[in-house]
Design a protein around this ligand. Structure first.
Ligand SMILES: [Zn+2]
Length: 125
């Protein structure tokens, strides 16, 4: 992937992250304000309390999404962005356009989902 495209996807990912965090911050602030507590500055991402609050305020799905977004952002540094974690082939761009934080190509994702479904099914017996 050339640099121009990479920075495009990087921008998209940062946008998604901001949206996810923005919702959390809003929820966090209104909850605190309702309780009449002082609202600390939560811009310090290193703060443990913040991360804890983040987890409490994010739905499980959003939390998973945020983790994927962070992983994708990390993968730029390693030059691994857009590479399927399973087959190590490039993930097609139309897929990245829809899911910029995709870890797997569609074939591998289907395979993994089938395996997980099979595991769930088996565990019932
Ligand atoms: Zn794959």
């Amino acid at each position: 992937m050339d640099e121009e495209k990479a920075s495009l996807y990087q921008g998209k990912l940062k946008q998604i992250k901001l949206e996810l965090l923005g919702d959390v911050e809003k929820n966090y602030r209104s909850a605190k304000e309702e309780a009449g507590e002082a609202v600390p500055d939560i811009s310090d991402e290193a703060s443990r309390t913040y991360n804890h609050q983040l987890m409490m305020n994010l739905g499980e799905q959003d939390w998973e999404k945020l983790k994927l977004v962070d992983e994708a952002l990390d993968s730029f540094d390693k030059g691994e962005y857009g590479i399927c974690k399973e087959c190590e082939e490039e993930i097609p761009e139309p897929r990245l356009n829809i899911v910029p934080f995709a870890k797997y190509c569609v074939e591998c994702l289907n395979k993994i989902e089938k395996e997980q479904a099979a595991e769930k099914h088996n565990s019932k017996f």
